[in-house]
Design a protein. Structure first.
Length: 137
């Protein structure tokens, strides 16, 4: 069964764009030091935010499913650059629960986190292009 998710980005000028994701719009831009206008997070920060948010939600989901009481939960993600890509991504999980429950909970979250599972796999990226014609007024 194929289940496609679609987001759409529209250029705002300079190095800035708006990304429509469902009912939400995220402004993505480069910092001023790289020629952007700093109106939103840079694309690599959005990627790391996707990892952090998905893993946080996976942990919360698995905790609820395993009846683990969480007093607190936070996830910190660090990307290590290597040329035009991240060489490594480190996920630090801080969980307010019984220490004996942490490892099984993190292992379960690892199995259900869509973003980290995608990044760990060999993913096909297809590029399609369309020429847009501008209409003179």
């Amino acid at each position: 069964m194929t289940n496609n998710r679609v987001v759409e980005s529209t250029w705002r000028g300079g190095l800035c764009c708006d990304v429509k994701a469902g009912d939400f719009t995220i402004t993505v831009d480069e910092p001023e030091r790289f020629g952007g206008t700093n109106l939103g997070p840079e694309p690599t920060a959005v990627l790391l935010a996707s990892v952090a948010s998905c893993f946080t939600i996976a942990l919360a989901y698995c905790a609820r499913k395993q009846s683990v009481a969480l007093d607190d939960l936070s996830v910190r993600v660090t990307g290590t650059y290597d040329g035009p890509r991240f060489r490594a991504i480190t996920i630090e999980c801080h969980l307010g629960c019984d220490p004996a429950q942490i490892e099984p909970l993190v292992n379960a979250a690892e199995r259900v986190c869509y973003v980290t599972n995608t990044l760990k796999s060999e993913i096909e990226i297809h590029l399609e292009t369309t020429a847009m014609t501008s209409q003179a007024s």
